[in-house]
Design a protein around this ligand. Structure first.
Ligand code: SF4
Length: 258
């Protein structure tokens, strides 16, 4: 956790002072958006990573008393801090966050064939791990829902800058018609201002400048001036630091499935 030490303040202390001028309108719009999609796309699921944006959405769902399922992917590679936040959020909001896990035999076969550190050997092997631990369980998580809610923001990457609030999905049987992105226009300042003023529980790793938090072996803190996604799969050079959850046509891997 050394990378963030050049900052004197935590993200909460620093960014919460920099909400955008349009923050109040955005918050109002976001609440209306959530209420509207709850009518139009029910049943809905929030696929939470327990990142700070997702925590805001959970907070709003709770505040607006919306009947939306909150679920997460537990890759079995998450940080202890992330799992602690899950417990904290369940108590704080009096909810049950449903976890989806990878298939044990499939993960064992992957490790047996490629070794424990295969993810660092090639992008293809890393994506295969994401496929096994995230994409396959995601299909189960999303099954029978009409829409799924994410915490994506345009600011986060060039890829995300082109997203719309309602994104049609490649419709497969039993899978959602749309992906819904209520916080697309929120700035980092808006996010942390909301967290501070609404006392939203958040992952303590954010205090150490882990900005985008994924699995433990694939996440590091970032330094001043680094891109939002720089802490994810930092050993890779490609521009789209995505695991496949948020690209329209995920790469398909057929091996190791049992
Ligand atoms: S983020 Fe890393 S550990 Fe997690 S599923 Fe992807 S490659 Fe595997």
């Amino acid at each position: 956790m050394n990378q963030g030490k050049c900052f004197k303040m935590t993200p909460l202390e620093y960014y919460s002072k920099h909400a955008s001028d349009q923050y109040e309108q955005k918050l109002k719009r976001t609440k209306s958006f959530l209420q509207k999609i709850n009518q139009d796309y029910s049943p809905l699921v929030q696929a939470t990573s327990l990142g700070v944006e997702d925590m805001i959405i959970t907070d709003l769902i709770h505040q607006l008393n919306l009947s939306i399922q909150i679920s997460m992917l537990d890759t079995l590679k998450l940080h202890p801090e992330t799992l602690a936040l899950k417990n904290q959020a369940e108590i704080y909001y009096d909810i049950k966050i449903k976890s989806y896990y990878p298939n044990k035999k499939t993960t064992q076969n992957y490790i047996k064939k490629n070794g424990k550190n295969a993810i660092y050997q090639s992008t293809e092997l890393r994506k295969e791990c994401c496929h096994i631990r995230k994409l396959i369980p995601l299909t189960d998580l999303l099954r029978n829902y009409k829409g799924w809610i994410t915490g994506l923001r345009k600011e986060q990457s060039n890829f995300r800058a082109n997203l719309q609030a309602i994104e049609p999905e490649d419709k497969e049987k039993d899978q959602p018609e749309v992906k819904l992105n209520p916080l697309l226009d929120w700035t980092n300042g808006d996010v942390w201002y909301y967290v501070k003023t609404h006392h939203v529980p958040y992952n303590t790793l954010h205090d150490h400048f882990f900005v985008s938090i994924g699995c433990k072996p694939c996440t590091r803190a970032i330094t001043l001036g680094e891109d939002f996604r720089a802490g994810r799969w930092w050993w890779e050079q490609n521009e789209t630091k995505e695991c496949g959850l948020h690209v329209s046509k995920p790469i398909s891997f057929n091996s190791y499935q049992s």
